[in-house]
Design a protein around this ligand. Structure first.
Ligand code: PMP
Length: 396
């Protein structure tokens, strides 16, 4: 039996429930708030087409050749320059370009996590990180996430008792909850991390630039004076399909190990897509492009929240995000979002039940809605359908 030959490591990784849901929602008559897809209407197709042509015409064969593991130097410089323009001091030499920011999680797991080591995540937390770190057979501990930040007393207790290797968090517009750490929480977390230098803080920030409300917050990377590892991505601000992300690692030994692990995994990220992205950044106004994304997502989020305010039954709580792509809903305790899911699919609307985002299988009464990939008309119609299901469900 082939099953017997699979490694323990892969058998301990949960199958992505979201991938399963996406199969159901391929039916176009279903209004799907289930995925986590950026809006394809905002992909810079013409600009990328021009950049790709220019790279092939002007660089030629070198754009199709093997290249260095750390990444294409002009792209690393452009990434660093975008941080510096926002007042975040980043050295291009500290950047490793990766195949999506998802690869950073794999690299960090490979170089830091032995079976049985503790990895701390937020509760709820990013499913892709649960899967990626899960491959290295850690013990997960989770810290509860309130609106405003993690429970820092709980976090300190975990640091004190479990001596974790990593604390992984998404402080801006988190996936799945849409929550953002406020200023006080960031400062307090930075202070706590200073007292526990053996815990590596991994700040995953793929959504940070997608702010459409409230005021910008400093990166933990800045507050910890570069002692944390900062992850970034072009997926939500340009194109997820190009699979370009990066990690900023100031510690030389850690960066050296990360390069070694990446080399063993895939030698390097695609030379061609890196060059195309670098050309795209050089020839286009990225700030203006991101402002357009924020405006559109802000409108879509507003429509979703208004529709929720108007039609949702009493007893529901939802978190109104200041950016990103997700709205998080809590049903009254004791209700199971998985059962609501079946009703919703029958009514041709989909969402993601929250349980897969909890490593301990809790969160049964929670669910995630995505607003980035539906237009206002479909958002209103979808929330209307969902509200009808919830009414039936809560009354049953
Ligand atoms: N981190 C978080 C929090 C995410 O939501 C995602 C995408 N869903 C990723 C990392 C991975 O993004 P990518 O590999 O496309 O950069």
């Amino acid at each position: 039996m082939i099953q017997e030959r699979f490694s323990q490591r892969i058998q301990s990784v949960p199958r992505s429930f979201i991938r399963e849901i996406l199969k159901v929602t391929a039916d176009p008559s279903i209004i799907s708030f289930a995925g986590g897809l950026p809006n394809p209407e905002l992909f810079p197709v013409q600009e990328m087409s021009r950049a790709a042509r220019d790279v092939l015409d002007e660089v030629g064969p070198a754009a199709l050749q093997y290249s260095t593991t750390e990444g294409f130097p002009p792209l690393r410089e452009a990434i660093a320059a975008r941080y510096v323009a926002k007042g975040v001091q980043v050295d291009p030499d500290h950047i490793i370009v990766t195949t999506g920011s998802q690869q950073c999680l794999d690299i960090l797991g490979k170089i830091l996590v032995n079976p049985g080591d503790t990895v701390v995540m937020e509760r709820p937390g990013y499913l892709g990180a649960i899967q990626s770190f899960g491959l290295f057979e850690p013990v997960f501990q989770t810290v509860s996430l309130q609106n405003g930040g993690p429970d820092l007393d709980e976090l300190e207790r975990i640091f004190e008792t479990a001596h974790p290797k990593i604390f992984y968090a998404v402080p801006n517009f988190q996936n799945p909850s849409g929550m953002t750490y406020d200023h006080a929480a960031r400062q307090a977390l930075a202070d706590l991390l200073k007292r526990y230098p053996d815990v590596l803080f991994v700040e995953d920030d793929p959504y940070g630039e997608l702010r459409f409300a409230g005021s910008p917050q400093p990166l933990l990377f800045s507050l910890t004076r570069g002692r944390s590892v900062l992850l970034g991505s072009f997926s939500k601000i340009a194109s997820p399909g190009m699979r370009l992300g990066w990690m900023v690692v100031t510690d030389d030994a850690l960066r050296d190990m990360a390069v070694r692990a990446k080399q063993a995994s895939d030698l390097h990220t695609s030379t061609f897509t890196q060059q195309v992205m670098a050309r795209y950044l050089a020839d286009n106004d990225m700030t203006r492009h991101i402002a357009r994304i924020c405006q559109r997502y802000g409108e879509q989020c507003e429509v979703m929240c208004e529709a929720l305010d108007v039609s949702m039954p009493d007893g529901l709580r939802y978190i109104r995000p200041e950016g990103g792509m997700f709205v998080w809903i809590e049903l009254p305790e004791g209700y199971r979002a998985m059962e609501l899911f079946d009703l919703a699919i029958a009514a041709k609307v989909a969402f993601v039940p929250g349980t897969p985002f909890y490593v301990d299988g809790s969160g049964e009464h929670t669910l995630r809605l995505n607003f980035s990939n539906s237009d206002p008309k479909r958002i209103r119609e979808g929330i209307d359908r969902l509200a009808g299901c919830m009414q039936t469900f809560l009354e049953a």
